[in-house]
Ligand binder design. Structure first.
Ligand code: FAD
Length: 443
């Protein structure tokens, strides 16, 4: 009897690496796409991958790629599967290449760490902190998320207020495998890394990453309340501009968003806007003076020695804010937006006047390309896709840029055309087998 490709693969690589049972295939063919009601409708009944391959080494990765190329089988890479745009869903079946087992911290040196792609960011930060250093930027999913998944599917997060996003020097080097008959092992640095950052695994498979580290800071955390969102925004901006205060997080959000934070129910003040903060403990006096100056009140303070020992303030920021809202009210979804620095007060007023309680505003102060910027992850009470895109159109009409989180297509997620990345895809993946369907331009 002739064997099918799944059986050939299993025989060649062994069943510790190649999994064909239905439960594993279904579990590892999904990510957090259900965050979006639009993606959930489109992806929830999608057929699972035919095979899940879980290699332990680069040599095994290369063997799987060569096998996929030879048999013309799509390969979709997976880290921890916490991406929320369906990036890791194998739209055309084939192989899901789960790299979570490649989780060795290869080297921690002064100012850098060299990691296998499956290292979890939380594990990495703990090790770095023990060595007197720390990760610069990480997503709020750091406990589960892998460094390879963050570089290939994320953008920024905690720390971005000081160090910017992934494109701002937060990846130093990457080892990439191409999807060819004989896969090449490329070592990429500098500007060339842009073809691989936030690529959804379409231009190459990343097996090793070197990231920069900063000296360890003792971070205090606080929840500060203000009577109005506008006051909280002004305070946030002043703090963001205060270069002498080391900071990791400034996240203002309007009421009732703080009411969703059940573990902080005892300290949250009803009806108030809240700002979630991570600040160097040594600078707390200056922060307190700033809070006073803007009419705020520190409702909750977690001293630095409790850092990561209790539930942290950052567990309620970035897209975790949305998660807490969805836990209370399953009709909630979200958008990703960029407000204009000189105009955000007016933009907030216009948005609230038009959409009222249908849109709740949550901001993250960040740096991008060295400049201060105002990101937002507004919560939206979902009624229909049509209504959602009416809100998107309104935002764009008042100069609020939307990075649509309700699509798995790279170019439609707000990046626009991906020029050099598309060229790199043709070079590295001539048969278009890497995560097909995620990039508009395919070979
Ligand atoms: P996965 O989801 O497994 O993969 C992400 C993408 O990268 C997929 O397209 C996958 O094919 C590709 N990929 C994975 N590994 C590799 C590799 N080694 N080589 C090539 N391609 C690869 N993101 C942020 O940027 N900032 C946030 O603050 C943030 N907060 C979040 C909060 C919540 C509650 C949720 C659900 C998501 C959030 N995300 C955030 C999105 C996501 O969690 C992060 O981007 C995370 O870093 C993804 O890592 P992962 O290992 O889970 O990647």
């Amino acid at each position: 009897m002739q064997m099918n490709w799944e059986q050939i693969m299993q025989e060649r690589l062994g069943d510790e690496i190649v999994h064909v049972d239905r439960a594993t295939r279904e579990k590892l063919s999904k990510d957090y796409y259900w965050y979006s009601p639009v993606l959930n409708r489109q992806l929830q009944h999608m057929k699972a991958a035919d095979v899940i391959a879980i290699p332990r080494s680069e040599a095994e990765v290369a063997e799987i790629i060569a096998f996929g190329y030879h048999h013309n089988i799509p390969v979709t890479v997976r880290g921890a599967g916490t991406g929320n745009y369906g990036q890791a869903v194998p739209l055309q079946g084939g192989i899901v290449l789960d790299l979570s087992r490649m989780d060795e911290i290869l080297e921690i040196g002064p100012g850098y760490a060299r990691l296998q792609c499956g290292v979890r960011l939380g594990v990495m930060d703990k090790k770095a902190r023990e060595a007197g250093q720390e990760i610069r930027i990480y997503p709020s999913t750091y406990v589960k998320a892998t460094v390879g998944g963050f570089v290939s599917g994320g953008s920024g997060g905690i720390g971005s207020i000081t160090h910017g996003n992934l494109w701002d020097g937060n990846v130093l080097e990457a080892v990439i495998y191409t999807m060819e008959e004989t896969p090449q092992r490329l070592v990429i640095q500098g500007r060339d890394l842009f073809d691989y950052i936030h690529n959804y695994g379409t231009t190459g498979i990343l097996t090793e990453v070197t990231i920069p580290l900063s000296p360890r800071t003792e971070w205090a955390q606080a929840i500060v309340s203000f009577n109005t969102l506008q006051e909280s925004m002004k305070f946030g901006e002043a703090l963001a501009r205060e270069e002498k205060i080391p900071k990791r997080l400034i996240a203002p959000m309007e009421w009732p968003i703080p009411s969703y934070f059940v573990p902080f129910a005892k300290v949250i003040k009803a009806g108030k806007a809240a700002v979630m903060l991570e600040i160097a403990e040594e600078s707390m006096d200056s922060v307190e003076a700033l809070v006073d100056g803007y009419g705020g009140c520190i409702d909750h303070f977690i001293e630095a020695k409790q850092y990561r020992k209790t539930i942290g303030v950052s567990d309620f920021t970035w897209n975790h804010t949305t998660l807490w809202a969805m836990k209370t009210d399953s009709s909630m979804t979200y958008l990703q937006a960029g407000f204009e620095l000189g105009r955000y007060e007016e933009q907030i007023e216009l948005l609230k006047a038009k959409w009222g309680d249908e849109v709740y505003l949550h901001f993250e102060w960040v740096r991008s390309g060295g400049e201060l910027a105002l990101n937002a992850l507004p919560l939206v009470r979902f009624q229909s896709e049509e209504r959602l895109y009416e809100i998107v159109a309104f935002c764009e009409s008042i100069g609020v840029k939307i990075f649509d989180p309700h699509t798995w297509v790279l170019e439609q997620g707000g990046r626009g055309e991906v020029g050099s990345m598309a060229r790199k895809k043709r070079e590295n993946d001539p048969r278009g087998l890497l995560n097909p369907g995620k990039m508009k331009v395919e070979p």
